[in-house]
Ligand binder design. Structure first.
Ligand code: HEC
Ligand code: HEC
Length: 288
């Protein structure tokens, strides 16, 4: 999108008087060394937008909008604080739980055998007749296959396991299906993305499509991609799940927020994930 169109969109917004002061002077994304993890795992952080997107030509991972110091934490797994939680999940993966006396490993083998799975989630599940996020699938395995309790949707143990599923798919292209039986939910998610809500009448698109690369307060606005989730945030020093992030962003618009795991957030996740089709799976990423 050209700068001209962006500035027009910002004038139309006219919410400079509100708590959100958007600086018109864009902070150019500094040229930076491409992201290569551990010296050999190449991550695509910018690529051509998928055909379904009209307003953006190039999609960019949130990584590109962070400071060089923050970016560098992702170049080596020893520096990435999110990897500690992945190690915790590896232990959980091998631990039997529930009435069936099974662990994830009993049925799925090594976590690495799940490479590629995270890249296509959220995904339509034929047997259940629903679109499932990774969290929903993990809980389905726990309750139906292990006889174990469901984990809290945004709990630490759940987010760690999602991070493990992400880590073993790192570098593979996000490739979420938006047609067939998933299409209706995708349309619903798109609708939510563009609906202005709350006292401030902001939509996801207002910030992440019309104003990315601008500064909001002290923050450099990204496209709000989720290929890097779960993200380790320096701000709260833990892994953050997609729905927890959505909740925070909706709350910032002073709107009533949907709850994590709700059908609305699942639809929104499907849509937002599809805006990243072509970027690499990057989680656990590091953000501020
Ligand atoms: C008793 C066997 C069993 C156990 C134990 C089990 N699962 Fe599953 N899991 C399955 C089956 C069966 C499927 C469906 C396979 C399919 O159709 O893709 C599945 C599917 C999945 C998928 C989606 C795969 C895909 O391609 O979409 C994920 C992710 C997953 N399991 C994670 C886990 C995790 C994490 C654990 C441990 C908390 C676990 N599973 C425990 C049997 C099991
Ligand atoms: C008032 C502006 C604003 C609105 C509206 C907004 N966000 Fe955000 N969002 C931010 C800011 C600021 C950040 C942190 C900087 C960044 O990564 O863009 C952020 C971050 C994110 C991230 C994390 C990106 C990453 O790489 O870690 C996601 C995902 C996201 N937003 C999704 C959404 C969705 C979905 C909506 C609509 C429900 C939304 N946001 C609405 C301001 C907003």
């Amino acid at each position: 999108m050209t700068k001209q169109i962006k500035s027009k969109a910002m004038i139309a917004l006219g919410f400079a008087a509100s708590t959100f002061a958007l600086a018109t002077a864009a902070q150019a994304t500094d040229p930076t060394e491409p992201l290569v993890v551990n010296g050999d795992l190449e991550i695509v952080t910018s690529t051509a937008a998928p055909a379904h997107m009209d307003m953006i030509d190039t999609i960019q991972s949130g990584w590109e909008f962070r400071s060089h110091e923050t970016q560098d934490l992702q170049r080596d797994d020893f520096d990435n604080p999110g990897m500690i939680f992945v190690d915790d999940a590896r232990e959980a993966w091998d631990t039997a739980e529930g009435s069936e006396g099974k662990s994830c490993a009993s049925c799925h083998g090594a976590p690495e055998d799940m490479a590629g799975v995270k890249a296509v989630y959220p995904k339509w599940n034929e047997d259940a007749g629903e679109v499932r996020t990774m969290e929903m699938q993990i809980n389905a395995c726990r309750t139906e296959n292990m006889g174990a309790e469901a984990l809290g949707y945004t709990s630490g143990d759940m987010t760690n396991m999602v991070a493990l599923m992400s880590a073993v798919s790192r570098g593979l292209p996000v490739n979420v299906a938006i047609d067939g039986p998933a299409q209706a939910m995708w349309e619903q998610g798109k609708e939510l993305y563009y609906t202005r809500t709350g006292q401030l009448e902001l939509s996801c698109a207002t910030c992440h499509e019309d104003n990315y690369d601008n500064l909001i307060r002290a923050d450099h606005l990204s496209q709000g991609q989720i290929n890097g989730f779960p993200t380790y945030r320096l701000k709260n020093a833990k892994l953050n799940s997609v729905h927890a992030r959505f909740k925070g962003c909706v709350r910032d618009t002073r709107a009533e927020t949907f709850s994590p795991g709700s059908p609305e957030f699942v639809a929104l996740e499907l849509y937002v994930a599809s805006r990243g089709n072509g970027l690499s799976v990057e989680g656990p990423s590091v953000r501020n």
